[in-house]
Design a protein around this ligand. Structure first.
Ligand code: ZN
Length: 143
């Protein structure tokens, strides 16, 4: 990864850490699910509004390291408003990215690609994955 891209990715992660999107309780939430990463102490609570096969709302709460909280914020922005099947696809796609099965798409306007930088720190990969794993479990509970 180029230094320029590295810096851009770091800025995106910091921005989501400082100003988390979709943070707090969700009005009209139909599903609530909690994920925990004992290795780091990260805790993520997701509240979802699933209606007509669509993930109409996705909010998060909790506390954890900056990687986990940024990942949760980036995830909610990425999946909110998409059909459930697509959201589940995004979870798998993100796993593939974190596990090195695919490279980040530098031309993509999806900010989640920024988390590819976390792969350089293998112990933090679990932190980045926690919100996504929690989302998958929550969606499976919802349908
Ligand atoms: Zn963590």
């Amino acid at each position: 990864m180029s230094d320029r891209l590295d810096a851009l990715y770091r800025d995106i992660i910091l921005d989501h850490h400082k100003e988390p999107r979709n943070f707090g309780p969700l009005q009209g939430a139909k599903v609530r699910h909690e994920g925990y990463n004992p290795l780091c102490g990260d805790r993520v609570v997701l509240e979802l509004d699933v209606a007509g096969g669509k993930l109409a709302g996705c909010n998060f709460q909790g506390e954890g390291c900056s990687i986990c909280m940024s990942s949760a914020s980036l995830m909610t922005e990425d999946v909110k408003g998409r059909p459930v099947a697509e959201a589940l696809g995004a979870v798998q796609d993100f796993r593939d990215l974190m596990q090195g099965k695919r490279e980040p798409d530098e031309d993509s306007d999806r900010e989640v690609e920024a988390l590819a930088g976390v792969r350089k720190f293998p112990v933090r990969i679990k932190c980045a994955l926690l919100p996504w794993t929690t989302l998958k479990e929550a969606l499976e509970k919802a349908v």
